[in-house]
Design a protein around this ligand. Structure first.
Ligand code: SAH
Ligand code: SF4
Length: 372
């Protein structure tokens, strides 16, 4: 199997061309064809030398990911299940909101962190995604939208909030981020990318000095060590004290404010003592809090609090001077809890029968489940 072209950063492509005795300037033209003109067939690149085209065609794979299932929610959210060369699949979700269309990409097949509220955790970690497989989620979905949706739908933002822990797959996510950002390619702005992490402290420390300055979201979920450990076993190893020591090293000027994601689970982290602990931990000037009412899924042991309880929590934080928002539920009619679509699809073992034929009927049996 040839390596994917989409694993190459602009500088790597330039170095490759120079090494083979070709002009390094060709790299900019090639990136222009691929990432600006959306042409993935080197044979059609008119201003690139035949020798360069031959090299690329012989040594690199230009194929996109295969969309094995897609669904459109009433609220406009589109969920895709994409298949990679080894047959593994991940979910990627396009979420519209006001003037943006955000793609929520996966970073791993499954996840090793094992949070007790997360559906992806039940799948364990199968493997890291390559940088190309992350970049290709964006390219594949954008190309799909261009080919299948008449009104122009352009992806504007990316969040690393799909399946997997992005900082566990540090090098590949760093490389994918570089490819997303380069002006020679997609040219996405730093503010348009948000990485969400469960709090892998050594990787956060490394990120502070060795990662492009994208927005950061931290999955906090509780400001009390005992509760957080129950929800996120990673807190046993990297507790709140160690976590916040690492977070303080991140240069805030570049990253602006950090967003703290706070899952609200009935009777677990939604009481007055939780509000107090959160207010003691976070500085209201430097933090943004995003409340996420828990999305239940079949077999989940937790419950979503009532709407009044969610509003009460929000109110408490706003009263204390925090910027605090609620993440609205998206795509509730298309198998939405993260990782759930993949699980349902795996169960039926439909890999060879590509196409949307069977999944929607499964979706209808789990209508109550919500995307985060
Ligand atoms: N692994 C990273 C990014 C992927 S998860 C992380 O944990 O941050 C993205 C977000 O979805 C996290 O904040 C996670 O806590 C949240 N999430 C996971 N399962 C959820 C569920 N059942 N309901 C609501 N949010 C959930
Ligand atoms: Fe992994 Fe994030 Fe799910 Fe935790 S919430 S198991 S870190 S994907």
């Amino acid at each position: 199997m040839k390596p994917s072209f989409f694993d190459l950063t602009h500088d790597e492509l330039k170095a490759l061309l120079t090494e083979k005795g070709m002009s390094g300037f060709g790299a900019a033209q090639i990136f222009d064809w691929v990432y600006k003109k959306w042409n993935f067939n080197p044979e059609e690149w008119t201003n690139v030398s035949n020798k360069t085209k031959e090299l690329l065609l012989n040594e690199y794979d230009f194929s996109l990911l295969k969309v094995v299932w897609h669904g459109l929610s009433k609220d406009g959210t589109r969920k895709f299940l994409v298949k990679m060369n080894d047959g593994q699949t991940v979910e990627t979700v396009a979420i519209p909101a006001r003037d943006r269309l955000t793609l929520c990409v996966s970073s791993q097949v499954g996840c090793a962190v094992g949070c007790t509220f997360c559906h992806t955790a039940t799948q364990g970690l199968k493997r890291h995604l390559k940088a190309s497989e992350v970049v290709l989620q964006y390219i594949t979905v954008q190309k799909w939208l261009m080919d299948n949706v008449h009104v122009e739908e352009k992806l504007t933002n990316i969040v690393y909030m799909g399946q997997g822990e992005p900082l566990h797959n540090f090098n590949n996510m760093k490389k994918a981020t570089e490819i997303f950002l380069t002006q020679k390619g997609l040219g996405l702005g730093q503010r348009r990318i948000t990485l969400s992490t469960s709090g892998l402290v050594p990787a956060i420390e490394k990120m502070a000095v060795d990662f492009p300055p994208v927005n950061i979201a931290l999955s906090l979920h509780s400001a009390r060590n005992d509760v957080r450990t129950e929800l996120m076993p990673i807190n046993k190893v990297y507790d709140l004290e160690r976590l916040f020591k690492a977070i303080k090293q991140i240069p805030l000027k570049a990253h602006r404010r950090i967003t703290y994601e706070y899952l609200l689970i009935e009777g677990m982290n939604d009481g007055p003592e939780d509000v107090e602990a959160l207010a003691n931990l976070l500085n209201s000037k430097e933090s943004k809090i995003n409340l996420i009412p828990f999305n239940e899924f079949p077999g989940s042991k937790y419950k979503r609090p009532t709407e009044q309880k969610v509003m009460w929590f929000l109110d408490q934080m706003i009263k204390r001077g925090y910027t605090c928002t609620i993440r609205t539920t998206k795509g509730s009619d298309i198998l939405a809890a993260c990782g759930q679509l993949k699980s349902e699809y795996d169960k039926l073992n439909l890999w060879e029968k590509d196409g949307p034929a069977v999944i929607p009927s499964i979706a209808s049996t789990v209508l109550q489940n919500q995307v985060r």
